[in-house]
Ligand binder design. Structure first.
Ligand code: NAD
Ligand code: TYD
Length: 358
């Protein structure tokens, strides 16, 4: 389509994580001729096995490194003539941000500023340039029983995680306003799908049911999240990158609100069916536990701007998405076992002895 931005060489940060790897698996085959460089530190959440489908492609390169390493980032931007930076890398788990907030500020705030600064220096060296910040609806804080987050909703983050993501979003805004860097900012609701680390609600429940372990539900279980399939999120990011007007924010969501307890019950029932267990078996594993401090009550995204202006629509119904996700976990038990035991991390430590090596 005329007027659309067509990148030729993109830098994806955090491409070994849940959403970043799904994005690369989606984007690379759909954009032949566009190079994809994946910069990832391989923290506990990064796993190169998520990328076995693309790792041998000539248009793909992995760089083991830290987004806070400005020299490395500058080298990649220059060497690869990068014309789009898509920043997924982050510390992403709210519970971890409550027990250890500092790394969230370093990775999410400082890491973003370092990428923005390197992008600012580099942008003029290529014909056309875009910086896309992948963010979350959690920057808006919590909703009551009614209403939706729009792009105009004031930022009111409640957890150290969401505060660090909001800080990063404000830096993105500042780099657009002050330096004219062509930025885009997406804010998505909770994702689910393959390669989701089993510390987050849905994959944790699937894993614990497999192992017949207790299913911890925080507080009264009536907190609401708005779930989007990660493949729909990946397609939305591509849409915003190519069609979004610099300086704009786009909410991404699937209009799919669920109370936590309802989703846990649903996963229990689907798992009983798949595992040929007597109906009701897995529900007996549910345990209501102490609530998360500062637990946001409800998230719900209004994604009408993205639909209206750029024509994006989610393709997954939740019914299909959750069934496929459960089947994926059941057929990838080796992946789950490696992730849970941390075995894959030792392998990477041996393979990538020094940060910056490829
Ligand atoms: P994830 O935790 O699964 O993956 C994060 C990735 O970033 C990992 O591969 C990790 O190794 C890498 N990383 C961490 N620190 C790094 C550093 N200093 N340098 C380079 N790489 C580093 O996270 P995710 O769920 O895939 O989330 C990706 C992005 O999407 C994040 O910015 C997150 O805030 C945002 N987001 C996530 C959700 C969700 O539901 N998971 C929803 C909305 C927005
Ligand atoms: P989570 O997957 O951590 O995502 P986020 O906090 O970013 O929304 O949690 C989703 C919801 O599930 C949230 O309301 C907290 C709740 N939750 C539980 O009840 N039990 C759990 O073990 C986890 C991990 C989350």
């Amino acid at each position: 389509m005329p007027g659309k931005f067509q990148p030729t060489s993109i830098l994806v940060t955090g491409g070994a994580g849940f959403i970043g790897s799904n994005f690369i698996n989606h984007f690379l085959p759909a954009n032949p001729g566009c190079r994809v460089v994946n910069l990832d530190l391989l923290t506990y959440a990064g796993n190169l096995k998520n990328l076995t489908a693309v790792e041998k492609k000539t248009d793909y390169r992995f760089v083991h490194g830290d987004v806070c390493d400005g020299e490395l980032v500058r080298r990649i931007l220059d060497e690869e003539r990068i014309d789009a930076v898509l920043h997924f890398a982050a510390e992403s788990h709210v519970d971890r941000s409550i027990t250890g907030p500092e790394i969230f500020v370093r990775t999410n705030v400082l890491g973003t500023q370092i990428l923005l600064e390197a992008s600012r220096e580099h942008a003029g060296k290529v014909r056309n340039f875009r910086y896309l910040q992948v963010s979350t609806d959690e920057v808006y804080g919590s909703l009551g029983a009614e209403g939706y987050f729009t792009e105009e909703t004031p930022l009111a983050p409640n957890s150290p995680y969401s505060a660090s993501k909001a800080g990063a979003d404000l830096l993105v805004r500042a780099y657009f306003e002050t330096f004219g860097l062509p930025t885009l900012n997406t804010r998505c609701s909770n994702n689910y799908g393959p390669y989701h680390f089993p510390e987050k609600l849905i994959p944790l429940m699937i894993h614990n049911i497999m192992e017949e372990k207790p299913l911890p539900v925080y507080g009264d279980g009536l907190n609401v999240r708005d779930w989007l399939h990660v493949k729909d999120h990946s397609a939305a990011i591509e849409t915003v990158l190519k069609g979004g007007k610099p300086g704009e924010i786009f909410n991404i969501g699937g209009n799919n609100e669920w109370r936590n307890i309802d989703i846990v019950n649903l996963v229990c029932d689907l798992m009983d069916d798949r595992l040929k267990r007597t109906p009701g078996t897995s529900r007996k594993l549910i345990r209501f536990v102490k609530d998360r401090p500062g637990h946001d009550r409800r998230y719900a995204i209004d994604a009408s701007k993205l639909k209206r202006e750029l024509g994006w629509e989610p393709s997954y119904t939740f019914e299909r998405g959750i069934a496929e996700t459960i089947d994926w976990y059941l057929s990838h038990q080796e992946w789950v076992a490696e992730v849970v035991s941390g075995a894959y991390r030792q392998y990477y430590r041996e393979q990538y002895a020094e940060v910056g090596e490829q």
